[in-house]
Design a protein around this ligand. Structure first.
Ligand SMILES: [Zn+2]
Length: 52
């Protein structure tokens, strides 16, 4: 039984979905934000969990 849920990571600059991740809702209650390389912006940008 898994509590993990698929989430989208959206570039905060161009608003594109670049990464998929999973998070355990019981362990992680805050919104995920990661610095990732965006292929569209061509730089590392903050990627935030996007709503479905
Ligand atoms: Zn981008």
């Amino acid at each position: 039984m898994s509590q993990d849920r698929l989430i989208k990571l959206q570039c905060q600059k161009c608003k594109r979905i670049n990464y998929w991740s999973s998070k355990n809702k019981k362990l992680v209650t805050r919104k995920i934000e990661l610095k990732k390389f965006c292929n569209w912006c061509r730089v590392s940008t903050p990627h935030k969990e996007a709503k479905k």
